[in-house]
Design a binder for this molecule. Structure first.
Ligand code: GTP
Length: 422
């Protein structure tokens, strides 16, 4: 074995020279043949307001009338009030290689007076595709997994020349961790070269400011210089300023090209000096389609999957995911619930005791007050009684004398020589 069971190469890994041809140099060809036999699948989503040239760009990218031109609804016809999700699939073949291409369109995005929740049906759609894949992975027989996940999302920015609008930022913020975002400046033939340079810088500044992750073609160190240079060139062009056209026109110098004719000249979609269409196609189809799919599977889907599983009560045990026994989980939840109830009961008891103590203290206080009042009243009454007795005595002493008393008094006065004062 060349690797230990934990996946780390053993320290004593020997490099051996072959004595002759063995044949494993042919491995890449085996993979190539197998992949060609199986064919390729790719799902691309397009998001942007109506009329920004989404259908035209998809047709231009895949050089086919894959996307039917939609009729613009007459003013009388009522438009849908929500963002709809539509998908079209087609098998396209180039040099014997078959590609099952699915384009997911989002008509209605940004077309309403209130576009607050325009992003929601799109997030729901992307998540339901992740769910469908997860469900297949969890099946007993998962020999043939059908991958309908969205591998790239072309987000069409209006060629305003100003900055990203709130709806652009909101959409990208909501989606950047669920899909490979590729921002493109729609109908860039409506802007001058200088305006495009400034607009791109402003868009990138907004993206950085709002910490939005857009898809960047990764640059690997062990690749040849030419590939590295090409990748760097692609990265420099983001966000791609694109022009779409699925019709061929004649140039003044007699060539037949895909482009748009204006009174002042022809803009060629396949000319790198005219727009970034070629670089977008190169990234999306020629060099990074597998990278987009890999990033979707390894990062975006993986993140969604682990969040979902954790939410469902599945926990990670060091290196392997282990499922929690539902009965044990329920018992654990019940114990937690009971502990919570017990805690609530104790708290209620405490509050009750406090209230009783407060009431008792209040009663005691009012009892004491009553006693004090009672004492006070008794004292007052005693005082009044004494006063009354005193008064009575004085009154009795000051009463007009009965004839007998008066007689005694006068006799006494004349005899003893003193008078009675009241
Ligand atoms: P919906 O189908 O309503 O969602 O619109 P869409 O975004 O798919 O736009 P579509 O491709 O139907 O293009 C709308 C109009 O814009 C058509 O008249 C196209 O010819 C034109 N158009 C498309 N791409 C470009 C472009 O790059 N530059 C210019 N100037 N016009 C374009």
């Amino acid at each position: 074995a060349t690797t230990a069971s934990n996946g780390v190469p053993p320290a004593s890994l020997a490099r051996k020279k072959l004595m002759g041809y063995v044949g494993f140099a042919n491995l890449p060809n085996q993979v190539h043949r197998k992949s060609v036999r199986k064919g390729f699948t790719f799902t691309c989503m397009v998001v942007g307001e109506s009329g920004l040239g989404k259908s035209t760009l998809i047709n231009t990218l895949f050089n086919t009338r894959l996307y039917p031109k939609k009729e613009v609804p007459p003013p009388s016809q009522e438009r849908s009030k929500t963002v709809a999700i539509e998908s079209i699939s087609a098998d396209i073949v180039e040099n014997g290689v078959r590609l099952r291409l699915t384009v997911v369109d989002t008509p209605g995005f940004g077309d309403f007076v209130n576009n607050d929740d325009s992003w929601k049906p799109i997030v729901d759609n992307i998540e339901s595709r992740f769910d469908a894949y997860l469900e297949q992975e969890n099946r007993v027989n998962r020999a043939k997994l059908v991958d309908n996940r969205v591998h790239a999302c072309l987000y069409f920015v209006q060629p305003t020349g100003h900055a990203l609008r709130p709806i652009d930022i909101e959409f990208m913020r909501r989606l950047h961790q669920k899909v490979n975002l590729i921002p493109v400046i729609a109908k860039s033939d409506t802007m001058t070269d200088e305006e495009i340079v400034q607009f791109k810088a402003r868009i990138l500044a907004d993206i950085t400011h709002h910490q939005i992750q857009i898809f960047h073609a990764p640059v690997y160190e062990n690749e040849d210089e030419e590939t590295i240079a090409e990748n760097e060139e692609i990265v420099r062009k983001i966000p791609f300023a694109v022009v779409g056209s699925d019709t061929e026109i004649d140039t003044p110098d007699g060539r037949r090209v895909r482009g748009r004719a204006y009174p002042w000249g022809v803009i060629e979609v396949d000319n790198e000096d005219h727009c970034d269409f070629v670089k977008l196609r190169q990234m999306l189809i020629r060099s990074h389609m597998e990278e987009l799919k890999e990033h979707t599977h390894d990062n975006l889907y993986e993140r969604y999957r682990s969040e979902k599983l954790v939410g469902m009560g599945v926990t990670q045990d060091h290196s392997v995911f282990k499922e929690v026994n539902p009965a044990a989980k329920m018992a654990e939840e019940r114990a937690l619930h009971e502990a919570k109830l017990q805690k609530m009961e104790n708290e209620m008891k405490l509050v009750f005791q406090q209230k009783v103590a407060e009431k008792e203290a209040k009663l005691k206080q009012s009892e004491e007050e009553l006693y004090a009042r009672h004492r006070e009243m008794r004292d007052q009454l005693d005082k009044q009684r004494l006063e009354l007795e005193d008064k009575k005595r004085r009154l009795e002493n000051g009463r007009p004398l009965t004839p007998e008393k008066a007689n005694a008094y006068s006799q006494g006065k004349s005899r003893k020589g003193f008078s009675l004062r009241n």
